[in-house]
Design a protein around this ligand. Structure first.
Ligand code: UT7
Length: 325
């Protein structure tokens, strides 16, 4: 008995950008990108594919699968760091697009952990109001937030959105089993993005090169593997489960090498792990719900399956979630 996912949805921009295309933009190669990241293609938003538009489309798909009317949604959260406006929130735009007139809506800034943190908030909301339905979305257009002259970052990221509708189940076997989330603001400068320059000269931030991603790739790599491993083993300890109990693992899709190292340490069979980083690159908060929707629609998750999510991102933020489907 607890919170379950009633339906999932996703939406990806139609434009595919290959590694070969990137060779004409920055000094890189298809071979370098494939071997260092596992990424082959990513999607790039075009006209009519702003963050909220991708998010709204993913939300409609999730609502349709859940057979829930948009007006039934009480809470609507969008995990994003790349909305087209700072205010109003992306979530308010989505609310208006899909007609979720009864919802209160807000954005959640936790970088790549936006969807998992949102799932945590949604779970707690449903548990205190079991009649309510909640919509959690991860949506990004990071193509608008990378420096296209910086080969360290522009090759990694992509655009897309994924969504999940949450509700209560009386079935004692089905619920979000537990979460183990952490943050460390002391390491903020390993991965960050500035705001627009301050209009108050006294509050100007020095060395603001513009609102695009800046990253210490190697350091992020090391922290990512260790943090996700600790979050997962911490969650097992908390819940009394082990890696053998996991039927499907859906990690944040950042980099094939990060995931390989993590999977080695977890000793989980590869066929249990959902991977799509090669097709979409790192879509930040959208990566887990996109992979979840693809796995769900492909029939990889069955009633009663134990699903493990884990993520890591700027903040730093990281965490793991276990749910019984
Ligand atoms: O959601 C979390 C978000 N962040 C991440 O997931 C990023 C985690 N980090 C990584 O995935 C890796 O650190 C990268 C893929 C970003 C970089 O791989 P690396 O093996 O750590 O490479 P490096 O940064 O140490 O760079 C090695 C070399 C450098 O050249 P020199 O100094 O050895 O001559 C870089 O300038 O590779 C060069 N390089 C590139 N070469 C071709 C960096 N980017 C590129 C590129 N194409 N795109």
């Amino acid at each position: 008995m607890g919170t379950i996912i009633l339906g999932t949805g996703s939406c990806l921009p139609s434009r595919v950008m290959s590694n070969v295309e990137l060779e004409s933009i920055v000094d890189t190669s298809d071979e370098w990108i494939r071997t260092r990241t596992g990424i082959e293609n990513r999607r790039i938003g075009g006209t009519g594919e702003k963050t909220y538009q991708l998010a709204a489309s993913a939300a409609r798909n999730a609502l349709e699968m859940a057979q829930v009317d948009a007006e039934e949604i009480k809470l609507l959260v969008v995990g994003t760091v790349s909305s087209h406006m700072l205010m109003p929130s992306c979530a308010c735009y989505v609310q208006n697009e899909i007609g979720a007139a009864s919802a209160f809506a807000y954005d959640l800034n936790a970088a790549c952990c936006g969807f998992l943190y949102g799932l945590d908030a949604g779970d707690r909301y449903v548990r205190t109001d079991t009649q309510s339905k909640v919509l959690i979305i991860g949506a990004e257009t990071l193509s608008s937030r990378v420096n296209w002259q910086d080969r360290n970052t522009c090759i990694l990221f992509g655009d897309g959105a994924g969504a999940a509708v949450l509700g209560h189940s009386d079935d004692s076997e089905r619920k979000i089993i537990g979460t183990n989330h952490r943050s460390d603001g002391g390491l903020w400068d390993l991965l960050y993005m500035h705001n627009a320059p301050s209009q108050n000269p006294d509050l100007l931030v020095e060395d603001n090169p513009g609102a695009h991603i800046i990253m210490e790739g190697r350091e992020i790599f090391k922290h990512a593997v260790k943090a996700m491993e600790e979050a997962i083993f911490g969650l097992f300890k908390k819940t009394g489960l082990s890696i053998d109990d996991v039927d499907v693992m859906i990690p944040h899709q950042a980099n094939f090498r990060i995931l390989n190292k993590l999977l080695e340490r977890l000793e989980i069979p590869r066929e249990k792990v959902v991977l799509n980083v090669m097709h979409y690159g790192n879509t930040s908060a959208a990566s887990i719900p996109i992979a979840l929707d693809e796995a769900n629609r492909a029939g990889r998750i069955e009633p009663g399956s134990t699903v493990l999510f884990c993520s890591f991102g700027g903040g730093l933020t990281w965490g793991a979630t276990l749910l019984s489907w």
